[in-house]
Design a protein around this ligand. Sequence first.
Ligand SMILES: [Zn+2]
Length: 426
Amino acid sequence: MILIRGGSVFSGSTFSKGPFEVKDVLIDGDRIAAVGSVHPGEVDEVVDASGCLVGPGFVDIHTHLREPGHTWKEDIASGSAAAVAGGFTAVVAMPNTDPPMDEAKIAEEVMRRGAEVGLIEVSAAGAMTQGRAGVVPSDIEGLYECGVRIFTDDGDSVDDVDVLRSVMMRIAALPGAIVSQHPEDAAMTVDGHMHEGSIAARLDVGGLPAEAEIEVVERDLDLVRETGAGYHCQHVSAAGTVELIRHAKAEGLPITAEVTPHHLTFDDTALADLDTDFKMYPPLRSVDDRRVLREALNDGTIDVVATDHAPHTAKEKSTSFAEAPRGVIGLETAAAVVSEVVDNPARMFQSLSVNPASIASLGDQGRPIAVGEPANIVVFDPRHVWTPDRFVSRSANSPFKGHRLTGRSLLTVHKGRIVHRLVGAA
Ligand SMILES: [Zn+2]
């Protein structure tokens, strides 16, 4: 048995309940056995959580674990270790692996390997089209059968409207299944490397217009009206996209949206020296876009913070800005960023645990800290000041390197077992 003592415990499941109270949490086996004032008595271990938040472990619905196929960047074991260091107890692995997760046996193998590593719950997203080529729908029903609920060709949009419509009609027939779109009109981003605006013009770098994102989402919303499929918008970066999502939600469409920690923190002014650790898609946009994203997270228009954890090695990133691969890591720094940006700590658990678990249909995740619930728990210290320099991830392509952060996950419990403990704390 493990006793987590004296933390501010997140016991509700909705933001409106304002659900924090100072309590002890007793874990027995893989369940929460008691919440309240608990005597240490027979426990094996006591964790002092005073001053810390205790809540459901974080859930990342947008992680690139790079296995199979690109394991020099990351693999399921190293990605799981990075996840627990960041306080995550579950991730959804993106299907742009090699081979891609476009059939059940590959997705099944990723989930099996995740369970074998045993640090977190590894769920798999399935590709919407065979080979992620955007032409022929994948085996949607077969993937669903093996547990896949999120379907995406992430890294690319499905451009062909007829292909996307037929995929969405099939997904609409499967309870809990959703389309998760990477909105990018490829024709508008061919020679682009950063947000199209005055900074790109000054640096003489090809621009990526916000319209490349906005126009895809606008088109997709028509397909949601037509098919009724659940739709999740990945990595929203532009104010115009936020506006579309706000209206679609008001209209009652089954829409959710995510934002990344890097889009909440940085804007294109961070690109002055063309550091390739700030290159990703969608790109860091304007100061105004960043402000709108923060507001949208705090007013609930954006449901989820997802990392888009995309490892690339230092060697791969050590090239010109134009040639460097897109993507940055994010699992280890995400919660600190969210803690700094949200107007209330309940919003952190809502956007990093409750909502992503619900969107991904992960029934053992994002649960309130209450008796009988699965012991998937994070102890987060909102006061801990640190500056990331080394990472548990196999790759270190983080824009937060050398960036002072406040807030850190001290302890992660998965299925009742301590899977991460920050050395020198808790
Ligand atoms: Zn993407």
